[in-house]
Design a protein around this ligand. Structure first.
Ligand SMILES: Cc1cc2nc3c(=O)[nH]c(=O)nc-3n(C[C@H](O)[C@H](O)[C@H](O)COP(=O)(O)O)c2cc1C
Length: 384
């Protein structure tokens, strides 16, 4: 069984992930994990914190000499400005006052978190609910990506929409194109559309506003047969949607052509099946690589829509939880848009879900065993 947990606060000492069920014998490349962390910090329209904090992963357990042992892996990502926050955030001993939050920010977990856990200082909520936590999900996802790469599985993301500016794109971009997303300021592959997006970001900044958008994750090299149609909770579309919706600010997940399929005739909404030279294939990929919640051998395509960042430079209306008087919401920090970075988070989450599904099908305690299981399966499907 593969699972992971994260812990840590936005201004605490650091963020932590524990991954259980990573097989022994997987080579862990720390530079690659750090490279993935740096990708999360990319993107036009990010705030000041990205500049002060260059994230770096430290592996604390479960790996010896760069090779996994099969034991739980602990990864930590330090918060570099902790020294300025130590007196407000230390875990034991008295803390200093001065950083309390009593005015909840609309669109954040602040108010519901305060009510639910009984906090009168909402910093106890926002420190944990912050999207800063996605840094360590990206580090965990990098381990999953390294695992999947051993089986030829490659994961990319790119930005389709920022605010109301959207790429007109028919889907099915080649891998070589998708590799270029990180070279672009907003990780959008259409330079002309991207320059319009940049104008929107600049305008939003001038107006003290923020923007949402849509990113897409594309996965190549998946074998047919991951996920299960026989149990609702093992259907891979459901597993992916659940995990991707848990990205802060994600409000919609579409598989393949997704919502657009609702508008077209049935004949045009499916991918017809062909057979040639001993293999089944499709000429289209409207289903985004999943039928019945099971991979069908086509690239996996998932889109995620994000709401605009809720924190505004011009504070929104709120109410002080102590005095119950109206008060403008606290401005904690704000990016203009997080869509390019969220795409990198989306890749990590997708990798973690796929790794779980892959291990469920081909599982073993050592990479050697899993490779044998995988190869056997590939032989059986060639003979099908
Ligand atoms: C990579 C990333 C960065 C984010 N940065 C910010 C930010 O700077 N300010 C902010 O208010 N929200 C930011 N968000 C979004 C909030 O964390 C999110 O809207 C909030 O936690 C409430 O969760 P919900 O929108 O899923 O309901 C970011 C989200 C992501 C994925």
């Amino acid at each position: 069984m593969f699972r992971y947990l994260t812990a840590g606060e936005s201004h605490g000492e650091g963020l932590y992930a524990i991954l259980e069920g990573v097989p022994a014998g997987l080579k862990i490349d720390l530079d690659y994990i750090n490279y993935e962390l740096s990708r999360r910090q990319l993107g036009y329209g990010r705030g000041e914190r990205m500049k002060i904090e260059k994230d770096e992963a430290i592996i604390l357990t479960g790996v010896r000499g760069g090779i996994t042992t099969g034991a739980p892996i602990t990864i930590s990502v330090k918060n570099r400005d902790y020294e300025n926050w130590e007196r407000f955030m230390r875990t034991t001993g008295d803390i200093e006052s001065g950083r309390e939050v009593t005015v909840p920010r609309p669109g954040h977990a602040d108010l519901v978190g305060g009510i639910k856990y009984g906090h009168k200082d909402l910093r106890n909520v926002l420190e944990r609910a912050s999207a800063r936590e996605t840094a360590v999900r990206v580090a965990a996802g990098a381990v999953a990506k390294l695992f999947l790469a051993e089986f030829g599985i490659r994961i990319y993301s790119h930005v389709l929409r920022v605010g109301s500016v959207e790429v007109e794109y028919p889907g099915g971009l080649p891998e070589e194109e998708l590799k270029k997303a990180d070279e672009r300021p907003l990780r959008c592959l259409d330079p002309q559309v991207e320059s319009r997006m940049i104008k929107w970001v600049d305008r939003a900044r001038e107006n003290g506003d923020t923007l949402g958008g849509i990113f897409e994750v594309v996965v190549f090299g998946l074998p047919p047969g991951l996920g299960r149609y026989v149990h609702w909770d093992r259907k891979l579309d459901g597993c992916l949607a659940g995990a991707l919706m848990a990205i802060p600010s994600a409000k919609g997940v579409e598989i393949g052509d997704g919502i657009a399929l609702a508008n077209i005739p049935g004949r045009m909404a499916v991918d017809e099946i062909y057979y040639e030279n001993g293999r089944f294939y499709r000429k289209t990929n409207r289903a985004g690589g999943l039928e019945g919640g099971v991979t069908n051998g086509m690239p996996l395509v998932v889109k995620v829509s994000l709401k605009p960042i809720p924190t505004q430079v011009k504070p929104l209306k709120s109410v002080d939880i102590i005095t119950k008087e109206p008060k403008p919401a606290q401005v904690e920090r704000s990016d203009i848009t997080a869509v390019p970075a969220a795409g990198v988070v989306g890749e990590a989450i997708t990798a973690l879900v796929l790794m779980e599904s892959f291990l469920e099908k081909f599982g073993g305690d050592h990479m050697r065993e899993i490779k044998v299981n995988f190869e056997n399966y590939i032989q059986t499907i060639i003979a099908y």
